[in-house]
Ligand binder design. Structure first.
Ligand SMILES: Cc1ncc(C[n+]2csc(CCOP(=O)(O)OP(=O)(O)O)c2C)c(N)n1
Ligand SMILES: [Mg+2]
Length: 288
């Protein structure tokens, strides 16, 4: 089914993102799902800057900036207050980076998921702490350069499976999404809007600055991530897994070689990277 793109725009021109920012693109697209009755909660991240300062903020929705570790707790409080006021139709949206979601705020994220708080939590994953200068997070893929994993000490550990970790809480809805696939992206956000309880969406957000790539190739790199199988597009509704887009299985090199952060990867690291993707897909196929 073709989804219509709502014409509403809650992100105005003049935001403060770098050129080609995948996280800005993702936010613009995501906001097409929401209405003016949405409250946005943003922990320390690039998005603390991108939104701009009141009264010149480019995000035209009520927004609260929080310390790194507590966005889910702040969202919980806002939800409780709105419910108390009888405003159950107001959506509370957390928009957080991978640093706060995978690492520093993981405790409060886990707690809010465990309580099945009635909020939508989006992790825009640019695979490092970008706002402070490209430091490694547990979302950084193996073989990637960051300023804290400089050559030859490229990231060794695998990328944390945050989707699996969140699903272990028994939440009603979790999905992955890419702004390079707007129909799939919007369908997932719209579905999440109509479910009660804790909803988690992991968005892969290419970052030209940190991924050392051409700023005009954000959408293309997002597509290469999906078509090579590196970033599976899935959704899990009440425990039922679904692959929402079958990759065309282009070689992963097409994804890796377009980005400077993987330029120093050794052959054995590439093989390990590929094996991890194959393993991930075996797991996913075992569940669908
Ligand atoms: C407790 C604490 N530690 C460190 C910082 C500094 N800091 C601000 S934004 C940021 C990076 C956030 O990374 P991520 O969540 O991945 O978002 P991104 O910057 O990539 O958008 C850091 C380390 C902080 N604000 N608070
Ligand atoms: Mg990040």
């Amino acid at each position: 089914m073709e989804l219509k793109y709502p014409r509403s725009e809650f992100l105005e021109p003049g935001h403060l993102a770098c050129a080609g920012c995948g996280a800005a693109l993702a936010m613009r697209l995501a906001l097409k799902t929401f209405d003016e009755k949405t409250r946005v909660v943003i922990p320390a991240s690039c998005w603390s800057i991108i939104a701009g300062r009141h009264p010149d903020a480019t995000l035209k929705l009520p927004l609260i900036h929080t310390p790194f570790a507590v966005a889910p707790s702040v969202a919980t409080g806002i939800r409780a207050a709105l419910d108390r006021l009888g405003q159950r139709d107001v959506t509370v949206l957390v928009w957080a980076g991978d640093g706060s979601s995978y690492d520093i705020g993981f405790g409060s994220l886990s707690a809010a998921a465990e309580r099945n708080e009635n909020i939508i939590y989006v992790c825009y994953d640019n695979e490092a702490y970008m706002n402070t200068g490209i430091q490694r997070s547990s979302a950084t893929p193996p073989g990637a350069w960051t300023t804290t994993t400089p050559y030859p000490a490229l990231k060794k550990e695998r990328k944390k499976d945050i989707l699996g970790a969140l699903l272990a809480h028994g939440i009603p809805y979790a999905a992955t999404a890419s702004p390079s696939y707007p129909q799939d992206f919007l369908a997932k956000f719209q579905k999440a809007m109509n479910i009660q309880g804790f909803r988690f969406i992991l968005v892969l957000a290419p970052c030209p600055t940190g991924w050392r790539m051409d700023e005009g190739k954000t959408v293309e790199v997002g597509r290469l991530a999906v078509e090579s199988g590196v970033f599976p597009l899935v959704e899990v509704e009440h425990g039922n897994w679904k692959i929402t887009h079958e990759p065309s299985w282009i070689p992963i090199e097409k994804y890796l070689e377009i980005q400077g952060r993987f330029i120093s990867m050794e052959e054995n690291e590439r093989i390990t990277f590929k094996k991890a993707i194959d393993e991930r897909w075996r797991e996913i196929r075992g569940r669908t």
